[in-house]
Ligand binder design. Structure first.
Ligand SMILES: *Cc1c(COP(=O)(O)O)cnc(C)c1O
Length: 425
């Protein structure tokens, strides 16, 4: 399989080079040249997420140095629980993607990318720096995935004051080969800083930088695996393909679902649920695409005004109208997020995180009787928001509790490219 840049100005390359680079040298995002096609029967005899992932991803690894190790990589990175649980009394279900070490779905992708990059690294290669901008959850997941891996250092940039207290603590609690900066700016500022450094080919080479943001192909591929797994489980249980409602920010998670459906696996409508950052809902309602500054909301990991993966989505649908492709987008305000957390807790006793609450709110507006709500984070990560609404404490998952018990140490960084370059040197 060969990989191209969405901007068409970069040389066609291999998976291994695309994984290591993160961003293409023309500033575009890497995409596979073709999409393989699958039917459910292609997965006969395969039951676990790592097994299904290895089958699904095999064509993408054709010709890679990692081809023979793909099953190993999936076993190491993707062996996380992934329950599909009923919601309420109808046919709706919740896909819980938050049972990894940092309690958000980003663990799947971060662990997969780390497993790939560790195997691609030459033993004599100088220290490689994984540079990551985070709106709260990516940084922790990447830190956990690379923590104490020889040959790697992780540099995290997060927007000061715009992540939850537990997210901030978790981001800065690893130590060792993980360095955390709080930036006086928004997530978009952090992302712009990272892109400006990674997009400078000479600088990125001299500092041996790589990216782990949602622009990385190494995140898209494993996220596809859990949407394939879920489609197969649902089909095998005799149920019809559900409408997927996916909390969306940078659009990495939802894009994976859309691509899996393009590859032939059964998914109904794919619905993007955003917070008050309305770029996607405005676009799908008919406006021109208009990236804009992000707005701070209760669902902070989705505070994105210019979703980077939109460029991939557009590339995939180049000659088709995205607005007639069984994709919708709806936005949700903070008051509704709070109301949904309250209502679902009193209905079912279950606490949801503010991101998942966006999907629950969007679900209420849809006529379907077969929805799959994607739950992206554990509510305990957002206890300051969730607990006052539900009137009780949320139980902290053990891995998160362990991190929260460590001391945290974040450095400060001005919102300025030269400050970042100096910090990296
Ligand atoms: C990152 C994140 C999202 C948004 O995912 P994208 O892939 O950026 O669209 C939603 N919910 C949570 C909890 C997240 O951490």
């Amino acid at each position: 399989m060969r990989y191209l840049s969405t901007r068409g100005q970069a040389p066609i390359t291999t998976l291994d080079a695309a994984l290591a680079a993160g961003l293409a040298p023309d500033g575009g995002l890497y995409v596979p040249e073709v999409l393989p096609h699958f039917a459910i029967g292609d997965f006969d005899g395969l039951d676990t997420l790592p097994e299904i992932a290895a089958r699904l991803l095999a064509p993408f690894f054709a010709g890679s140095r990692l081809q023979a190790q793909l099953q190993d990589i999936c076993n190491e990175a993707l062996d996380l629980p992934i329950p599909i649980v009923p919601l309420g009394s109808g046919e709706d279900r919740v896909l819980e993607l938050f049972h990894g070490p940092t309690a958000a779905f980003k663990d799947f992708a971060a662990r997969f990318l780390a497993a790939c990059l560790a195997r691609l690294r030459a033993p004599d290669e100088p220290l490689r720096t994984v540079l990551v901008a985070t709106s709260g959850d990516t940084g922790g997941a990447v830190a956990a995935a690379f923590h104490r891996r020889p040959g790697f250092r992780v540099v995290i940039l997060y927007p000061d004051g715009r992540v939850s207290a537990r997210q901030a603590h978790q981001l800065a609690a690893f130590g060792d080969n993980i360095v955390t900066y709080k930036v006086d700016g928004s997530f978009d500022d952090c992302q712009r800083l990272v892109k400006s450094v990674l997009g400078d080919v000479e600088l990125a080479r001299s500092l041996n930088l790589t990216s782990a943001n949602s622009i990385s192909l190494g995140r898209l591929l494993p996220q596809m695996a859990y949407y394939a797994y879920t489609a197969i489980q649902i089909q095998r249980s005799g149920q019809s393909a559900p409408t997927a409602i996916i909390p969306s920010g940078n659009l990495g998670n939802a894009l994976a679902a859309i691509v899996v459906r393009e590859m032939g696996l059964p998914w109904g409508e794919i619905v993007l649920a955003t917070n008050a950052n309305r770029t996607l809902s405005d676009y799908f309602a008919g406006a021109d695409y208009q990236g804009r500054p992000s707005i701070a909301t209760l669902a902070n990991a989705m505070d994105v005004g210019d979703p980077s993966n939109f460029e991939r989505l557009r590339w995939w649908f180049k000659d088709r109208d995205l607005r007639h492709s069984n994709i919708q987008a709806h936005w949700v305000d903070d008051a509704t997020i709070e109301q949904q957390i309250k209502v679902w807790h009193s209905r079912t006793g279950t606490a949801f995180c503010p991101h998942t609450a966006c999907a629950l709110a969007v679900r209420e507006r849809l006529p379907t009787n077969n929805a799959l709500i994607v739950a992206t984070a554990h509510p305990a990560k957002f206890n300051e928001i969730v607990e006052p609404l539900i009137g009780r404490e949320t139980a902290v998952p053990p891995a998160l509790a362990q991190l929260l018990a460590q001391p945290a140490h974040a450095l400060t960084l001005t919102n300025d490219r030269s400050a970042l370059v100096a910090a990296l040197r």
